[in-house]
Design a protein around this ligand. Structure first.
Ligand code: ADP
Length: 414
């Protein structure tokens, strides 16, 4: 076995021995345990352990010296020498006396005698053991005594520490939660921004390309009348698409900042719809607008400018998403009992699947299929319509059949 192995085994033995006496309170049992362990492990010729019985807390040391001297293990000179220096006393290289001492309190002595010279590391081991044993004995002889007042004080202090800590932890957790929420909102905002930039730059480019392409045609010297008409129509239509998208962006910005300035008044929805249809008709020859309004219907509470924008948006979508043309039907129905007016716009266009219909009011949502891929848009218009309608305490919903057409319904109060 190497020297390192031997040393490591010895330190393990020391640890085990300390564990063995850890919970022991009877000094006689402690002495027995130490003695038999020393005998088993160190194989010394002699191991004598003397522990002072009930030492008092005198610092002059006289009473300890007297007590130890009376044990008749050692001469008074040896004991006085140990007490003076508080160091092990080497009688020879085979025989050492170790003090059990703590803070000037002599608690006992351990005397060992070996057949062979005691090695340095064995000496270190024993000295360390004596230090540990001294602490253990001192705690036995002089347990910390608390008066009832100090006990109450300690309880109070520990309670207050606990409460402060608890309060601090709770506050920290709450702060952490707030920070997490804020962080999540920032992440979402950032995602929305990135999505917005991607969508906007792509979608704005499409009508711009159209405008630039057709203006180039107009710059040519010799072009016939029909081509001039076609090019300018195309430029006008691309320009209005561009302007719509910019309007959507302005509206979105308004919605996420302060909201809208709303002026509620009594409005004739049929009249507003007819006004919008009139402004859109010249550009849309392929669609027929049909209005089915009852002879008499109530005025609704709403903001004129905003409602006009919503109806324009829905009508433009109806045109946009029925590229083959067809009828676009505007209808008003009234429920007097509920004091609700239902205004619907129905087209015969491409329609949507059930899944798509559920998402149309989400910001930036666009149904992606072969039918929609050539139709420009930012996926913002309907989400803005929803914001507006909810701001005037109304509702908006959609019914659609894929390949057949869609119907958007406004439910408003009167
Ligand atoms: P945009 O038209 O600019 O894409 P909208 O918010 O107005 O944005 O519409 C969101 C999506 O809902 C559209 O991309 C389209 O897929 C679908 N949609 C809206 N209106 C209709 C309609 N009348 N018919 C079929 N699909 C529609």
């Amino acid at each position: 076995m190497t020297e390192t192995d031997t040393k490591s085994i010895s330190w393990k033995w020391l640890k085990n021995l300390l564990k063995l006496i850890e919970d022991e309170t009877d000094t006689k049992i402690i002495i027995d345990k130490i003695r038999s362990s020393f005998k088993e492990f160190l194989n010394f010729e002699t191991t004598e352990i003397y522990i002072v019985e009930r030492p008092n807390d005198e610092k002059d040391g006289k009473s300890y010296v007297d007590k130890l001297a009376s044990s008749s293990f050692f001469s008074r000179d040896v004991i006085e020498e140990i007490f003076l220096h508080k160091n092990p006393y080497k009688i020879s290289n085979k025989e050492i006396v170790y003090p059990l001492e703590l803070e000037n309190r002599m608690l006992g002595l351990i005397h060992v005698k070996s057949k062979l010279p005691i090695l340095d590391y064995e000496h270190e081991l024993l000295w360390s053991f004596c230090d540990h044993l001294s602490i253990k004995l001192d705690s036995l002889f002089f347990p910390i005594q608390f008066t009832p007042e100090s006990k109450t004080k300690i309880k109070e202090i520990s309670n207050s520490i606990f409460n402060n800590l608890k309060g601090f932890l709770e506050a920290s957790l709450e702060k952490l939660k707030l920070l997490e929420d804020e962080n999540l909102q920032l992440v979402k905002l950032n995602e929305t921004r990135i999505e917005l930039i991607n969508n906007v730059s792509h979608e704005l480019r499409t009508p711009l390309v159209s405008i630039m392409g057709f203006s180039k045609i107009l710059q040519r010297r010799e072009i016939d009348e029909a081509l001039i008409k076609e090019a300018s129509d195309q430029i006008q239509s691309a320009g209005s698409r561009l302007s719509r998208m910019i309007d959507d962006l302005i509206q979105l910005n308004r919605a996420s900042n302060k909201g809208w300035e709303i002026t509620i008044e009594n409005l004739d929805l049929g009249e507003i719809a007819e006004f919008v249809i009139e402004s859109l008709s010249p550009l849309n020859k392929e669609h027929s607008f049909i209005c089915i309004f009852p002879d008499d219907y109530p005025l609704v509470d709403g903001d004129r400018k905003l409602l006009r924008q919503v109806i324009e948006n829905l009508l433009l979508n109806a045109i946009k998403y029925s590229p083959e043309g067809g009828n676009i039907k505007c209808e008003i129905k009234v429920n007097d009992a509920k004091k609700k007016l239902y205004f619907s716009i129905e087209d015969e266009g491409i329609g949507m699947t059930e899944e798509e219909t559920k998402k149309v009011f989400d910001r930036f949502y666009r149904a992606k299929n072969t039918q929609t891929e050539n139709i420009a848009g930012l996926g913002l218009g309907l989400s803005i319509c929803k914001d507006v309608i909810e701001a005037i305490n109304g509702n908006i919903y959609c019914e659609s059949t894929f390949g057949r057409g869609s119907k958007f319904i406004l439910e408003l109060n009167f």
